[in-house]
Design a protein around this ligand. Structure first.
Ligand code: NAI
Length: 335
């Protein structure tokens, strides 16, 4: 990197501050040169009258272009929007990226999965155009644009190239939704021409689901419209051990926010019981995004070694280590 990168840190609510402290300690030990610009966001911020995602926090992400975010509790009642929806809308974070990679120590049906799922995050049936056309007839519009499809395609192909992946697969249902999914597919075929070094193919979403539960190891980078992406990314998280260990990123033209898929776990907050793996893997994605591939690999290898060894695991993994003891075991493996 050569110079220190400033990253907006939003510790968040519940277990957020504990797992953020563990992850920033591991990043520091990896040699990643990061200046943390810490900001509020979430329920505590809303209750203090500053809003669920204060302007200063959004401004910081817009300036630094990168953020690591702990989970935030969505305040119930009071008309608060969730912190994540606010961030996605204000920063136009159009691609949700979730790797699904087999982890040592997580016994699942498959042990050789290594996929990245890229979900378009702003269009499709999520554009919010839904109404009753008659008392017993509801209609929801599926909106797909060329621009929306092209930018998520570029995001997927560029990431595939950067991470030395081999294949990008566009997932669709263009045999039925000929115009909307057809446009999504055409935009991907168009962008694929700019990436001759990568294999491009496409698959119908129902066929993909069948293949994913029989031979998931064959897939590499998947890119999907919003609704299929929502469902398939959870399916893939389940294939490698569940949402508790799933990292994620929301990427847009003005910035990228990296965060675990799980929530703020209020039931175990403040007790030192939380597993920081998902946030740590999100930080690994962040380092990859910053071009720090070696440091990302160093952390990931140390994490795998600790999981495989099974001596310093958190309670959710049937161990007795605290959040920080788990983090320290990872740091010890990096030395
Ligand atoms: P949750 O993911 O916080 O918790 C579900 C279960 O998993 C709990 O038993 C919890 O203890 C456990 N768990 C979650 N993360 C863990 C970790 N790192 N280590 C060990 N155990 C862990 O889901 P829940 O309870 O539905 O949501 C709690 C709050 O989080 C809600 O306010 C929700 O809106 C919010 N949330 C925030 C998200 C975000 O900021 N990205 C995502 C999902 C939920």
């Amino acid at each position: 990197m050569g110079h220190k990168q400033t990253v907006t840190l939003i510790p968040g609510d519940g277990i957020g501050p504990e797992i953020s402290a563990a992850v920033t300690k591991i990043l520091a030990a990896s040699g990643a040169e990061i200046d943390w610009d810490t900001h509020e966001g979430g329920e505590a911020s809303a209750l203090a009258g500053k809003g669920v995602m204060p302007d200063a926090t959004i401004q910081s992400i817009a300036t630094n272009k990168i953020s690591l975010k702990g989970p935030t509790t969505t305040p119930t009642g009071g008309g608060h929007q969730s912190a994540n929806v606010t961030l996605r809308k204000r920063l136009d974070l159009y691609a949700n990226v979730r790797p699904a990679k087999s982890l040592p120590g997580y016994k699942t049906r498959f042990d050789n999965i290594d996929m990245i799922i890229v979900r378009e995050n702003t269009e499709d049936t999520y554009a919010g155009v839904e109404h009753m056309v008659a008392p017993n007839v509801a209609q929801c519009l599926k909106v797909i644009t060329w621009e929306g499809s092209e930018r998520v395609a570029k995001c997927a192909f560029e990431m595939a190239r950067k991470l030395k992946r081999k294949r990008v697969t566009c997932v669709h249902k263009a045999n039925i939704h000929k115009l909307s999914d057809g446009l999504f597919l055409k935009a991907h075929e168009h962008v694929a021409k700019e990436f001759p070094d990568l294999t491009f193919d496409s698959i119908i979403v129902d066929n993909l689901c069948m293949q994913l539960v029989t031979r998931p190891e064959e897939f590499d980078v998947l890119v999907l419209p919003n609704l299929y992406g929502d469902i398939v990314s959870d399916l893939c998280a389940g294939l490698v051990g569940g949402l508790g260990v799933a990292p994620g990123a929301n990427i847009g033209s003005t910035g990228a926010v990296f965060e675990a898929v799980h929530g703020s776990a209020p039931d175990i907050a403040g007790k030192g019981l939380a597993n920081p793996t998902a946030l740590l893997l999100s930080a690994v994605m962040m380092l990859q995004h910053m071009g720090e591939l070696q440091k990302a690999e160093r952390i990931e290898k140390a994490l795998h070694a600790v999981l495989a060894e099974g001596k310093h695991l958190t309670r959710d993994l049937k161990g007795a280590a605290s959040t920080m003891q788990f983090a320290d075991a990872i740091i010890a493996k990096m030395n």
